[in-house]
Design a protein around this ligand. Structure first.
Ligand code: CO
Ligand code: ZN
Length: 336
């Protein structure tokens, strides 16, 4: 599965610009489905028919955070704005990939004092991107106002731990791809939504459930960690402790019956798991939960260090155990 994770995370596809990742996902799936469609917003929906009447919706968002060019000055320097939750501190000193054009992020500072002041209250106003152009014309031959970019970072296999940009949420996409590949004849029908624009506020998921009308929805997404030096003390999640069953986050409370069902499955099958409470954030589960008359929804998370940075780190065994747990879930008799 590591090869798939490398391929997916190295694609540059920020929110609203997901065509390249959708195409790659279809290519990697290699026909392991009964059907697929792209809806009007660009969500990629891939399904496999089951024997029961039940429809399970699995969701992972295929967009990643990024930046957009807002202006180009006379000397060829770009100004940018965030697409999704980009931390300006993480941008400083990093490289941006604008569809193959590399830019370097710099910060203004006319004196030591103002440089320090800018760093202290860092915002996008004092950041610029240098694409190596000598003037405006040269710059706009490479990128334009409205060009989207993402972190420029390679996948690294550290053994048990894997590092890349866009683990959020290509790791969830990789889990669903593996599910579709491994499930030959699922008991329940599974609909995998590779959703667009989650980072802008669950945009794709908000519409994707309507034409599927699932009996139950599970979002697979990354969550924060509490296991690095002086990490947030209220967060119990650790890398390597198994898939995290989300009790709640800043946007939704997971359906209690689904959580109990997943917990029992994990206990019975000897799959490690951990419980998650995130005091902020949200996942696509919050969108499915609010669909029509409501859909029982939950999130299964992959604990990830350094979320929304060019170097997001996951534990490979957590990824494999998430696939195992969801595979058994899809093959279980459910009463949701
Ligand atoms: Co995110
Ligand atoms: Zn995410």
């Amino acid at each position: 599965m590591k090869d798939i994770i490398k391929i997916l995370t190295e694609i540059s596809a920020p929110s609203g610009r997901e065509d390249s990742i959708a195409e790659k996902i279809l290519e990697v799936l290699d026909g392991n489905f009964d059907g697929y469609r792209r809806d009007k917003l660009g969500n990629l929906i891939v399904w496999k028919e089951g024997k029961s009447e039940k429809k399970i919706l699995f969701d992972a968002h295929m967009d990643e955070i990024g930046v957009v060019v807002t202006n180009v000055d006379e000397n060829g320097f770009l100004r940018i704005e965030a697409v999704g939750g980009v931390n300006p501190y993480t941008l400083v000193g990093s490289r941006i990939n604008f569809s193959g054009i590399t830019g370097v992020v710099g910060i203004e500072g006319e004196s030591l004092k103002s440089a320090k002041e800018n760093l202290k209250n860092l915002g996008f106003d004092v950041l610029f991107v240098d694409v190596g152009a000598k003037n405006k014309e040269e710059a706009t031959n490479k990128v334009k106002i409205g060009s989207f970019g993402t972190y420029d970072a390679k996948f690294q296999d550290l053994g048990d731990r894997l590092v890349s940009k866009a683990m959020d949420d290509r790791i969830g996409c990789a889990v669903m791809i593996q599910l579709l590949k491994e499930m030959k004849e699922p008991l329940n029908s599974i609909y995998c939504v590779f959703a667009v624009q989650e980072e802008l506020g669950l945009v794709g998921a908000t519409v994707a459930g309507y034409d599927i009308e699932p009996d139950v929805a599970i979002a697979i997404d990354v969550t924060a960690h509490g296991d690095t030096p002086k990490a947030m003390k209220r967060i119990p999640m650790k890398l390597g402790n198994g898939p995290a069953l989300k009790i709640m986050d800043g946007y939704s409370i997971s359906d209690r019956k689904i959580l109990e069902f997943l917990e029992n499955l994990a206990e019975k099958e000897g799959i490690p798991y951990q419980l998650e409470i995130l005091p902020f954030g949200g996942t696509d589960a919050g969108a499915y939960q609010r669909l029509k008359a409501g859909v029982p929804s939950a999130t299964v998370s992959i604990v990830t260090r350094y979320v929304h940075s060019p170097n997001e780190m996951v534990d490979y065994k957590d990824v494999l155990n998430t696939v195992e747990l969801l595979k058994i879930f899809a093959n279980s008799e459910i009463s949701f």
